[in-house]
Write a protein that binds this ligand. Structure first.
Ligand code: PRP
Ligand code: ADE
Length: 266
């Protein structure tokens, strides 16, 4: 298959994923009425595929901001840059370090997916600490009593934030993992579907909750977490992620629920 055919297949796959998604937090009627725009994948996905290739072949990001060695086996995330909206301070050098510590793995777990791998961020102690600090700076003294972390990677960032802001931590888990009584929500992903569960009684009605995950793509995961928490009367004050994939429009699916992210791919 030539590169043009690959691109067309990739676009078609993602378009089907998005358009076939019936679990959106935004009612379909609103989408049909044009209140929420359909995703325009063409340009942004072309950009993502090109920047992936650039990071492999020339080892220099097209913006020139994140030079990487051709021998860098970690394939650092040359295509990740600080986001300029809904973030603390894009000129903050901590954001730049965090962005450059995330690697991008093409075609994982399926062909066409550019996987944003935060395990390399965890290897960089300063970047890891800065990530936690940036969230703690934003959420301390906001009256948040619960941090809800989404399995699996929300379990990495959620607990240190919870401890630092004086909140309890709730795991939002894949099905059949929690031992006590649970409530469940089915949701769709960039590459499949899943079910999320939460322990009954983990959060009290009226408690202020921060939802944490490593990444927002289509927004299906965060929507499921919000639904579970709101079903038991919790107040979700904000969702926070390290990475946003803006071309997948996950932010739109959250409606007016605030989303804070540190970085997004160029
Ligand atoms: O915005 P969405 O389209 O819902 O996708 C984002 C979710 O996908 C990834 O998790 P994944 O489901 O791959 O699970 P894992 O962390 O257990 O690997 C990621 O960590 C988010 O939780
Ligand atoms: N491109 C991606 N990288 C990492 N995690 C993801 N979850 C959904 N899409 C993802």
């Amino acid at each position: 298959m030539n590169s043009f055919q690959q691109l067309a297949k990739f676009r078609s796959y993602l378009f089907q994923t998005m358009e076939g998604n019936r679990k959106s937090c935004i009612p379909l009627s609103r989408r049909l009425a044009g209140e929420v725009s359909s995703p325009d994948f063409g340009w942004n996905l072309n950009e993502r595929m090109i920047s992936s290739r650039v990071s492999h072949s020339t080892a220099v990001h097209r913006s020139g901001n994140f030079p990487i060695s051709p021998n860098n086996r970690l394939e650092r995330a040359a295509s990740v840059r600080p986001q300029h909206m809904e973030t603390g301070d894009a000129s903050d050098p901590r954001i730049t370090r965090i962005a450059s510590s995330i690697r991008v793995i093409p075609d994982f777990p399926k062909p066409g997916i550019l996987f944003q791998d935060i395990t390399t961020l965890l290897l960089d102690i300063k970047a890891f600490r800065d990530t936690i600090d940036l969230f703690v700076e934003r959420y301390k003294e906001k009256g948040i009593s619960v941090v809800a972390g989404v399995e699996a990677r929300g379990f990495i960032f959620g607990p240190p934030i919870a401890l630092a802001i004086g909140a309890k931590f709730i795991p939002m888990r894949k099905p059949h993992k929690l031992p006590g009584p649970v409530i469940s929500e089915e949701y769709s992903l960039e590459y499949g579907t899943d079910v999320m569960e939460m322990h009954v009684g983990a959060v009290e009605p009226g408690e202020k909750v921060l939802v944490i995950d490593d990444l927002i793509a289509t927004g299906g995961t965060l929507c499921a977490a919000i639904k579970l928490l709101e079903r038991v009367g919790a107040v979700v004050v904000e969702c926070a992620c390290v990475i946003e994939l803006p071309e997948l429009k996950g932010r739109d699916r959250l409606g007016d629920k605030p989303l804070f992210v540190l970085v997004s791919p160029a």
